[in-house]
Design a protein around this ligand. Sequence first.
Ligand code: NAI
Ligand code: PYR
Ligand code: MG
Length: 371
Amino acid sequence: MLIGVPKEIKNHEYRVGLTPSSVRELTAHGHTVKIETMAGAGIGCSDEDYVAAGAEIVGTAAEIFTTAEMVIKVKEPQKVEYEQLREGQLLFTYLHLAPDPDQTAGLIKSGVTAIAYETVTDRNGGLPLLAPMSEVAGRMAPQVGAAALQKANGGRGMLLGGVPGVAPAKVVVIGGGVVGTNAARIAAGMGADVTILDKNVKRLTYIDDVFGPRIKTQYATIDDTEALVFDADMVVGAVLIPGAAAPKLIRREQLARMKPGSVIVDVAIDQGGCFETSKATTHADPTYIVDDVVHYCVANMPGAVARTSTFALNNATLPFALALANKGWKQACKEDPHLAAGLNVHNGKITYQAVADALGYDNLPLDKALS
Ligand SMILES: NC(=O)C1=CN([C@@H]2O[C@H](COP(=O)(O)OP(=O)(O)OC[C@H]3O[C@@H](n4cnc5c(N)ncnc54)[C@H](O)[C@@H]3O)[C@@H](O)[C@H]2O)C=CC1
Ligand SMILES: CC(=O)C(=O)O
Ligand SMILES: [Mg+2]
């Protein structure tokens, strides 16, 4: 199969779809890999590194989009990218379609077959291609939030861990999945007073078993979510209903009851965010203030630590990329229902129920898409 990797073009996005090691695996299986020149520059991998792994370097993204049978990326295609996709081509990347009607319409119009990293499943009910980036974003959340808490950045002027004789900051994490536990772990490590809210009691039990009294857990009723958020110095938004738009847990009118200078890090922003006042920001201009509350809503947080993130992502994506290249997408999905769960768009139709529901499309059932 001819596989193509364009250079990412989202704001301050330095990750790349394939590492040189992944290229070597794919070429060893007889596939041809084209990489756009300088695609790996942001992770310290040169064109020469890719050539040594067996890739061909091409000068423009257009050469990738016009020739590749499978396009492997990191972030959702931007307008100039989805306009180049076409019927019969396979796209393997993050999509986050539910909060993104324009991209969704663009993918439908293109006729492309698109498999979204974030809805591929595993046998334990996890999301194995989202998890590595959730680990990164979760671990970053307290560090970006700690900076936002500084006075010059609009925050309350608090040190996360306090000092002897002065209490630490109160950090509330809504959603105790991969992002949430990683955020809590780092915040607790920095000395903060940390509470995780979740609606899944089994998950709260797991967190309690792993962290003991160092991290408090609370069932996420409306009452308790509100009480903890109003009393927090930093809130991390980390909920997910796979494929769906994030539920809005804190409304516009509730925001004014948060402390002045408190900080929201809404990691769930790639699915639309769990605060009504959240709107996606970029690494170039990551925060804004509403009602004296600092909002950090960068939708591609792991792009900031592109080298760590790219290697972590490839560890997870490579087996699936190999299956898609070796067997073709249809056969690979027939043999692996977890990979098939990633199918979001095929031949002008939405094939993922939560996306169809969020945006008002008919859903093409998976068995029909695979027939
Ligand atoms: N902004 C960024 O750069 C990045 C964003 N993300 C996003 O972070 C979000 C979280 O991802 P993961 O932690 O991997 O998901 P996950 O599935 O591991 O965890 C989500 C948790 O939210 C809980 N939950 C769902 N509804 C809830 C509610 N109403 N109240 C309280 N808890 C609720 C679930 O029970 C689950 O434990 C996703 O939207 C993901 O796409 C992930 C990586 C990078
Ligand atoms: C998951 C995601 O949105 C990211 O890694 O950028
Ligand atoms: Mg206020």
